[in-house]
Design a protein around this ligand. Sequence first.
Ligand SMILES: [Fe+2]
Ligand SMILES: [Fe+2]
Length: 393
Amino acid sequence: MALKLNSAFVCPYHNPRPQSRRPRSHRVFMASTLRPTSIEVENPKKPFSPPREVHVQVTHSLPPQKIEVFKSMEGWAEKNILVHLKPVEKCWQPQDFLPDPTSEGFYEQVEELRERAKELPDDYFVVLVGDMITEEALPTYQTMLNTLDGVRDETGASLTPWAVWTRAWTAEENRHGDLLNKYLYLSGRVDMKQIEKTIQYLIGSGMDPRTENSPYLGFIYTSFQERATFISHGNTARLAKEHGDMKLAQICGTIAADEKRHETAYTKIVEKLFEIDPDGTVLAFADMMRKKISMPAHLMYDGQDDNLFEHFSAVAQRLGVYTAKDYADILEFLVGRWNLEKLTGLSGEGRKAQDYVCGLAPRIRKLEERAQGRVKQATAVPFSWIFGRKMMV
Ligand SMILES: [Fe+2]
Ligand SMILES: [Fe+2]
């Protein structure tokens, strides 16, 4: 049975499932995400077992005639979507922002980077590490895009514009985790081995965006996500600048600009879907928002903290890098971007979905204000990424 949730909106990175992952018994299906017991984790003979989602995982919910829509859009996608990719020769590369290991001044440049990094507080590093880990789980996102019926890369080198986009998008995104990873390594401020373990756990766990192999749901999800990462990297850039690290600000700002370009492409696909099939698209939008947009790294784990993702999210919220308000703002932005309020020619069901999504952002904000009003017990939680030092969450 699918797990239904009506809980107040609290988690900025938006884990749509119950907060607690503590019930460890595999027989207790109270928590949505269950992990093996710590004894099992410590047993090296047992193969890796990813956290399991309890809700039913719906697959292939889109009828075949709707999948055909994407075949008919190929000419359009070729002209309108692929233009949002940058030619490799014009793209920045991580090395453009990092000390050059072949230059004589390499050690000096590393020293400067480390001096600048000293000015940044630990909680900033927690958020930057969480963002980097999210980027580093890129294999999961390419897999996710290739779950989508009608647009997946059928061969691994398919020439449909959808497949070309997915591969080139992945290749562009690959620079994000690469750059942040190398920066963090050189900074000397974080426990790289713990971070690397978290990445390995995360890729092994995958993600569950509940997009049901439907490109309608999938492209709504990616539209939301690209904007979320644009906001998040933009804010880490702003904070780096405030702490006087202009180079790091440039790194985060450059990544944010890529996310913005990707957002433009994905929102354009959904805009076209609204034009071709307004009813189907508004129903998909409402469906995605009812299920809530889970963040790509929601199954994050470091081998120690069962609530690592919630804790990372809480620090991001406290620092204003990504907040519950941002979630509502993104939704409102998309409602405006796709002109939802003016959508006509809808069925009764479509109109209901339209009313739901158009009224949702203010409702989320109200819930959030109420949640803020409640006195929250702040607790200090150790983060393995910064050598177990405790941060307030
Ligand atoms: Fe990215
Ligand atoms: Fe992205």
